[in-house]
Design a protein around this ligand. Structure first.
Ligand code: ZN
Ligand code: ZN
Length: 156
């Protein structure tokens, strides 16, 4: 639970630095990756005209396989700088911001994990990892005979 004490907040900005276990994100098994670190947050709450303004960053490390080439991927994912606003009218003494922090972190997780943006993936014909090795399946299927002939020449 990530909570802000209202009495403290009304006196001074409150720093919220800490970790929650990965289970905090309540991710299902259907994801293409697993969260392999704690959820770490570094946030500051300010009192701004009757609201709590929370800003900062939340981070996790994920591990999975690239959606195109199936190579293992390990990556730190950080949210964009958060800006969350909570009206304080109906809050008694503690403001629980867990749910909002959780959804911001979920939004930052990739829909499709890739080892890199321009991953070339596996060749659908021969199965070779095209990041590591060039195969000529594509050229054989769609390339013009002239270019194929030139390629053959270069190999010799
Ligand atoms: Zn890849
Ligand atoms: Zn191929």
């Amino acid at each position: 639970m990530i909570k802000v004490s209202i009495s403290r907040l009304q006196k001074e900005p409150v720093e919220l630095i800490g970790v929650e276990p990965a289970a905090f994100l309540e991710l299902g098994n259907e994801e293409q990756f697993a969260v392999v670190s704690d959820v770490s947050y570094d946030l500051t709450a300010h009192c701004v005209s009757g609201n709590a303004l929370v800003s900062g960053v939340v981070r996790v490390t994920i591990e999975g396989v690239c959606g195109r080439c199936l190579e293992p991927v390990r990556r730190e994912i950080a949210t964009e700088k958060l800006q969350l606003l909570f009206p304080l009218e109906s809050v008694a003494d503690e403001l629980d911001i867990s749910e909002d922090v959780r959804s911001e972190m979920l939004l930052a997780l990739p829909m499709n994990l890739l080892c890199r943006e321009d991953c070339a993936g596996l060749c659908p014909v021969c199965g070779v990892n095209r990041n590591k090795k060039k195969c000529r399946c594509h050229e054989r299927a769609t390339g013009s005979p002239v270019w194929s002939a030139l390629d053959d020449l270069k190999l010799e």
